[in-house]
Write a protein that binds this ligand. Structure first.
Ligand code: NAG
Ligand code: NAG
Ligand code: NAG
Ligand code: NAG
Ligand code: NAG
Ligand code: NAG
Ligand code: NAG
Ligand code: ZN
Length: 458
């Protein structure tokens, strides 16, 4: 009893201290994204360092990401747990009809685009934590009047090693500055190579993925060198996959409709446009434009895409089939690889690998929703999650503190036990029938029963 009171008191003290950000509570969390890491690269290329990492931790073979499967929408989903329609970063190119502003990934720092949500590096500040955002989309944007404690604006000439070096220093902290509890780190490969060479080019992608794996090796040795390895939770994931494109798979918009009829906001593989005059006529022309492109009026965009309830979604969107590219007249194929397609396509899916004191060792599941990662991270950091579209329960089994039934194993066990029971029963029956030989007392009893029943029936 006394012990319980004492324990309760101690827990209360720890919680209070954590509230003020004075206690280094739990392990820090490092979220790393390698842009455009298609899930099946894991099977196609050796990746020895990444395999070593998840063999000591967990692997989710495929993440179902959010539509549209582009870099900015999905990176914001990872740190908010929201579908694009709910966090407001809907594409690489956007138009806001209220403010009449335009968004492009190279001109993205106006807070109004990001203010429909709060990324984890902002909300974790409220738990008294220091945070860091290293070139993650939105890193340098003032969101809700705040930024992460430490951040770098996007600069492709800063190497992975330099980004990593700064992040580990921030996590370690020093006499003056407390270490960060949540850091998000972004790297642009293998996306860049995937666009240039196409994901089907084994030579080029093998080289790009060797470099990615070398960077993961660098990450592991840096964490070991600084004593963080084993004390930090590391999540390695990505925003989307990559599909092979071809000059034989072009959809020429201008063959269907003169461009004077609409304002184009975004082009491929999901076009967003605003019809200028006769919306119905424009839609009907686009609707029958190409067998490998589907046109939707905003109100008819399928529910499963979670891509309708936002002002920044334009009146008409066109979705190209996997591997098809929408162009305007005369344009050649812009990229050999692209993404943005339907998020139900396996080629659009990334993966998740994680390791650290909070994770199981050598555990593997086949799939998860990418929006489930946010509530998982909030749980690990004891940060109250903002309203989101993820489900902690889906990701719970990855954690060492949770005991979960392996469904195939349980089904196997149940089937096995049933088989054994059936065999025993059958054997019993066989022996049971053999023992009583000529006199069959039960047969007579049955006949008697039948006789008794007959009058009742009439
Ligand atoms: C937390 O900070 C507040 C002031 O900001 C202070 O009054 C309170 O005593 C602190 N609590 C702990 C447990 O340090
Ligand atoms: C960047 O976007 C803002 C609006 O969000 C716009 O006013 C400005 O002109 C844009 N800058 C460039 C260089 O396009
Ligand atoms: C934002 O921060 C500035 C100073 O940092 C302050 O003057 C301003 O009132 C804040 N705005 C809001 C909406 O909190
Ligand atoms: C941090 O990044 C800068 C480049 O912006 C680099 O010069 C510096 O060496 C990095 N720090 C570490 C510790 O790697
Ligand atoms: C694959 O990429 C390499 C460059 O790494 C290039 O030389 C080669 O032509 C490409 N192969 C195909 C089939 O496109
Ligand atoms: C996603 O979450 C937001 C915030 O809670 C909510 O407003 C929205 O309705 C959710 N979307 C779906 C499809 O449940
Ligand atoms: C359906 C529609 O509005 N078509 C128009 C598209 O633009 C051309 C050129 O401006 C017009 O001639 C079409 O009538
Ligand atoms: Zn890309």
């Amino acid at each position: 009893m006394l012990l319980q009171i004492l324990l309760g008191f101690l827990c209360g003290m720890t919680a209070l201290a954590a509230e003020n950000g004075t206690a280094q509570q739990g392990p820090p969390l490092l979220l790393v994204s390698f842009d455009g890491f298609r899930a099946d690269y894991l099977r196609r290329f050796p990746m020895p360092n990444l395999k070593l990492l998840y063999s000591q931790g967990v692997l989710v073979e495929q993440l179902t990401n959010v539509f549209i499967t582009k870099t900015f929408p999905n990176h914001y989903s990872l740190v908010t747990g929201l579908y694009a329609e709910s966090h407001g970063i809907l594409a690489s190119n956007m138009y806001d009809p209220t403010s009449h502003k335009h968004f492009h990934v190279t001109n993205d720092t106006d807070p109004m685009w990001w203010n429909e949500a709060r990324p984890l590096w902002i909300t974790a500040l409220d738990s008294g934590y220091k945070t860091a955002a290293m070139m993650w989309p939105g890193s340098d944007v003032v969101i809700g009047n705040r930024t992460a404690t430490h951040f770098f604006p996007y600069n492709p000439s800063v190497t992975f090693q330099q980004r990593l070096g700064n992040v580990t220093n921030w996590i370690l902290g020093n006499e003056k500055e407390q270490g960060v509890m949540f850091a998000a780190l972004y790297w642009e490969e293998p996306d860049r190579s995937g666009h240039i060479f196409g994901p089907d080019n084994d030579t080029a992608m093998g080289k790009a993925l060797k470099e990615v794996d070398d960077n993961i090796g660098l990450l592991m040795s840096e964490l070991k060198r600084t004593g963080l390895w084993g004390r930090i939770n590391v999540l390695i994931t990505s925003d989307h996959g990559m599909a092979q494109c071809s000059a034989e798979r072009l959809i020429r918009l201008d063959d269907c409709l003169h461009p004077d009829n609409y304002t184009l906001v975004d082009l491929t593989p999901v076009a967003a446009l605003i019809p200028l005059k006769d919306a119905e006529a424009v839609f009907s022309l686009l609707n029958k434009c190409h067998p490998h492109m589907t046109a939707y009026l905003k109100k008819a965009i399928p529910d499963r895409l979670h891509y309708r309830n936002n002002e920044r979604i334009q009146p008409i969107i066109l979705i190209a089939d996997e591997g098809w590219t929408i162009v305007q007249r005369g344009d050649k194929l812009p990229r050999l690889g692209d993404h943005g397609y339907d998020n139900s396509l396996p080629s659009m899916h990334p993966f998740l690998a994680a390791m650290g004191p909070s994770f199981h060792r050598g555990y593997r599941i086949s799939s998860l929703q990418s929006v489930d990662i946010y509530p998982l991270m909030c749980h690990m950091l004891s940060v109250p999650p903002q309203p989101n579209n993820g489900t902690f329960n889906h990701a719970r089994c990855l954690l060492a503190a949770e005991t979960c039934w392996d469904v195939p194993l349980v089904v196997g066990l149940v089937v096995g036990v049933l088989l054994v029971l059936t065999t025993i029963t059958v054997l019993f029956r066989l022996f049971g029938h053999r023992r009583p030989s000529s006199p069959r007392p039960f047969q007579r009893l049955q006949v008697d029963d039948d006789d008794d029943d007959d009058p009742l029936l009439e």
